[in-house]
Write a protein that binds this ligand. Structure first.
Ligand SMILES: NC(=O)c1ccc[n+]([C@@H]2O[C@H](COP(=O)([O-])OP(=O)(O)OC[C@H]3O[C@@H](n4cnc5c(N)ncnc54)[C@H](OP(=O)(O)O)[C@@H]3O)[C@@H](O)[C@H]2O)c1
Length: 336
């Protein structure tokens, strides 16, 4: 097992590992087919104003989907841009700040008021801060945006019947994770949700930890939704030339930009895995899958463990209850 060797412990190792993966030949799980259309499908993409999320929204708009771009910024210009390039008129933008639980709640209210029902949800938005920051609710910002917001959004959308269930074609929830979810040695249940200050040296390590939480949640959600007609997928897009490292110190910004431009894939190319999950009939009867680039892999055993899934689910629910966010109890695990 070469998984726990600190491959994503620091930015240099993470970049090198990403580049090495990109150039090593692996068996592809399948391919995106031109004929797979998404006409009349409602798709929500978070963080769709930039990078991978923008590229995904554009690809899916070109395939005829109704795209709802849930974004903090770029409203309305990024939506207008996608409309123009894709020659689609069914693109809408919804404002949300995923670091603020109130803002997530008002996004859910807007969606409910419009009686929207999604066929596919792509939880893409994430960030890499320079150091810890407290949110309006006193939580840590990267923990909130990269993990808790997704847990809350999906649970609130399920509670409000905003994700199609029980139909012949399964709905799809797609989480953009990262291979760095394999990095942590253990869960830190004791300090779950507690604000703990950290500096730049710990950011990449914590990024991997929050991706582990996200992947564990994805697997647990799939267990709880298996019978309801909702499939759950997670993926690592490999290294992508985006603005993800925008908070890195200014002295290394030029070097990073150069490395990203030379070695990393363009967002339009890297979106291939997301588009494959969103469009392919290969996944019609599959309740969970994980792809790294286009290669099928097992998720880390810690993320796959049902006991960890259950614990994370319950702790997250309890944490949100502390902010008076009550979640429906209709999502039982297969293991119950
Ligand atoms: N780039 C890579 O090499 C790489 C590798 C593996 C995985 N990923 C994953 O790929 C996904 C997309 O990242 P990217 O590389 O495309 O980076 P990006 O260009 O920086 O895009 C991140 C998106 O998340 C949004 N976001 C951040 N904080 C938010 C908040 N509080 N509320 C709402 N939206 C927020 C950003 O909105 P603003 O523009 O308003 O900030 C932006 O739209 C992430 O999940 C990332 O972890 C990336």
């Amino acid at each position: 097992m070469d998984q726990k060797q600190g491959k994503y412990q620091n930015p240099a190792m993470a970049i090198l590992t990403g580049i090495k993966d990109l150039f090593s030949q692996k068996t592809k799980a399948g391919m995106v087919r031109e004929e797979d259309r998404l006409d009349n499908k409602n798709i929500l993409v978070t963080g769709a104003n930039s990078g991978l999320g923008y590229a995904t929204a554009l690809h899916l708009a070109k395939r005829g989907a109704n795209i709802y771009m849930a974004c903090r910024s770029g409203i309305p210009e990024k939506g207008e841009e996608i409309k123009k390039i894709s020659v689609s008129r069914t693109i809408w933008m919804l404002q949300v700040d995923l670091s603020d639980l109130d803002s997530i709640e008002s996004l859910v209210k807007k969606i409910t008021a419009r009686k929207l029902e999604f066929d596919t949800i792509i939880c893409n938005a994430a960030m890499v801060p320079r150091q810890s920051r407290e949110t309006k609710q006193g939580l840590e910002e990267m923990f909130t945006v990269n993990y808790l917001a997704k847990y809350m959004l999906i649970r609130r959308l399920l509670d409000n019947n905003c994700i199609r269930t029980g139909q012949s074609q399964r709905s799809r929830i797609i989480f953009i994770s990262s291979e760095s979810h394999r990095n942590p040695e253990a869960f830190d249940w004791q300090n779950f949700g507690l604000y703990q200050p950290y500096g730049m040296g710990k950011t990449v390590e914590l990024y991997g930890y929050y991706k582990l939480l996200l992947t564990t949640f994805a697997r647990e959600l799939s267990r709880r939704q298996r019978l309801s007609g909702v499939s759950v997928f997670a993926l690592c897009p490999g290294p992508v030339n985006t603005r993800i490292a925008r908070e890195a110190p200014w002295v290394i910004q030029p070097i990073l930009k150069l490395i990203f431009a030379i070695f990393f894939r363009s967002p339009m190319k890297a979106a291939e895995t997301v588009v494959y999950f969103a469009t392919s009939p290969d996944f019609e009867n599959i309740s969970f899958d994980y792809l790294h680039l286009m290669t099928r892999k097992e998720i880390d055993p810690m993320a796959a463990d049902p006991e960890n899934g259950r614990k994370l689910w319950e702790l997250s629910e309890k944490l949100l209850e502390g902010f008076h966010i009550r979640l429906g109890q209709n999502q039982k695990s297969d293991m119950d």
